[in-house]
Design a protein around this ligand. Structure first.
Ligand code: GRG
Length: 288
């Protein structure tokens, strides 16, 4: 199918770019630990979304590659730190031992820090005329009002009573922010008008909420082999999840509703948004 081919083409370009990153100046051990988590087979959803948004806005995906790579580097950093014993204490990620299991905690912390700072360095080195605005979208999403806010609410509310407003804030920050930034940054790089950037933002926010609700459902009923990580950990850790608040059936309906709203948000782009439409719909049936 056409959308799958488009996704694979974006993914291949991004994998090549990431694999060729020189990471100049990094000591060998640090480069090894960074590359271990960066090049170990993620879906590349955030990077591909950025390339797709850029092309949807009429921009050149080639020039957007450093920003797509930065999305994946920041995502990889967050996964390394999230897996640490002080956070989720996970030993498997993407079907392989987690970074700290292989390299030790100190190097895992440094590899995460390095991926985050190097992502900023790569974006700041871009000569794209709208680099600064795109960098701002991405760093704000990863920052204290975005992913870091969600993660903080997540780890400080383990064992709390189910509270849907709190879970909404956690999911918005932890997951939806980093699925929204690729849309807004990609459209900004393309020079899209602000109404279109905001339509992209709305799509990303709804896609992100659905993505995390489905993630919560998969933690209960997914296949660990397909997911490449230990499942059932949310309940074990007393995490606040969407199904814990509304039940499995309602959670499925809520994910569907978010995808409906994500697809609706694409209306200003008309037929050209076929790829993003298909990607949103596929989120509901994902198994990994
Ligand atoms: C430690 C600052 C800090 C943040 C951690 C990303 C994150 C925030 C936590 C990881 C745990 C989790 C369930 C996060 C929600 C986002 C999510 C579903 C991440 C997994 O993303 P995928 O499925 O992963 O896109 P791949 O491996 O395909 O890249």
């Amino acid at each position: 199918m056409k959308e799958k081919e488009t996704l694979n083409a974006y993914k291949e370009r991004l994998e090549r770019f990431l694999s060729d990153l020189p990471m100049a100046g990094a000591p060998d051990k640090l480069r090894e630990a960074m590359r271990y988590s960066l090049l170990n087979g993620g879906k590349r959803l955030r990077g591909c979304l950025l390339l797709a948004a850029c092309e949807l806005g009429g921009g050149d995906a080639e020039q957007a590659l450093p920003f797509a790579a930065a999305m994946e580097m920041i995502h990889a950093y967050s996964l390394i730190h999230d897996d640490l014993p002080a956070m989720d204490n996970d030993t498997m990620r993407r079907g392989k031992p987690t970074n700290h299991v292989v390299f030790g905690e100190a190097l895992a912390i440094l590899a995460g820090d390095a991926l985050l700072t190097h992502a900023v360095e790569i974006m700041a080195s871009s000569r794209h005329p709208r680099a600064f605005a795109a960098l701002g979208e991405i760093i704000r999403a990863a920052g204290i009002g975005g992913m870091l806010a969600g993660q903080t609410l997540d780890v400080t509310n383990e064992g709390a009573e189910p509270d849907i407003a709190l879970v909404r804030d956690i999911h918005r920050g932890k997951t939806a922010a980093m699925l929204t930034a690729p849309l807004t940054a990609g459209l900004i790089l393309a020079g899209a008008e602000s109404e279109r950037v905001e339509a992209g933002r709305k799509y990303g926010q709804h896609l992100g909420m659905a993505f995390q609700i489905v993630d919560d459902l998969l933690d209960v009923e997914g296949d660990p082999a397909l997911m490449g990580k230990t499942l059932g950990k949310d309940i074990e850790a007393g995490k606040l999840t969407w199904p814990a608040c509304v039940g499995m059936e309602q959670a499925r309906l809520d994910a569907q509703e978010h995808i409906r709203q994500a697809v609706d948000a694409l209306a200003p782009f008309g037929e050209k948004a076929g790829f993003l439409r298909a990607l949103a719909l596929s989120t509901l049936h994902r198994e990994q």
